[in-house]
Write a protein that binds this ligand. Sequence first.
Ligand SMILES: C[S@@+](CC[C@H](N)C(=O)[O-])C[C@H]1O[C@@H](n2cnc3c(N)ncnc32)[C@H](O)[C@@H]1O
Length: 215
Amino acid sequence: MRGRGGPTSGEVFARVARRYDAVNRILSLGRDGAWRRAAIAHLPPGRVLDLGAGTGAANREFGTRRVVALDPSAPMLDLNPQRRRVTGYGERLPFADGSFDAVFSAYVFRNVESVPETLAEIHRVLRRGGAAAVVDLSRPASAWKRALHRVGTALVLPLVGLLARSPREYWYLHRSLDRLPPPERLFGEGPLALERLWRMGPFGFVYGVVLRKQR
Ligand SMILES: C[S@@+](CC[C@H](N)C(=O)[O-])C[C@H]1O[C@@H](n2cnc3c(N)ncnc32)[C@H](O)[C@@H]1O
């Protein structure tokens, strides 16, 4: 994805790969792991696809599930200690139909080129009755909190970007928060049934959803 005159998401993650986990932890005040954990708790056991796995920050939350880590960014994936790693995009998953019990995706959906194509692919690779859990950042649900949050990220993220020596990348993060419709709309009409939706974090700017492929 490219903002007007801005970097693509591929360029962003190639540049921030080494600092990604530390900065993510600081920006979420140490809560990013708990937000992933809350979503993974809803997934069945078995074979799970970590879509946009990045450096493997979710690995320790998967328990005994057999994980396949997929990401288009080689610099991010190179830092992921997972044994099964695949370079690829959510919109064109290089896996057979029905080959996963579960799909997990954290902090990825704002970055994909096409949410409908990614959801169609998740639906295709899930077995019947399988589940997907998605966690991502958005804006708070209420109008005044949304406005306040927008001002907050416009001020805080450029400062973090300066400290992390990646100002353009953190401005990209601020812009990406307004890229998609709210999760109620985003997941309400796709090929997968929306089973649960909850909000987390300050002002509820983090959401989790559980989606089910019908039997
Ligand atoms: C913010 S990082 C999240 C990484 C990891 N899921 C986590 O929880 O820390 C977003 C990841 O999405 C990946 N990504 C970007 N576009 C993608 C796409 N179209 N399909 C799959 N992954 C994508 C990026 O390369 C990056 O590693």
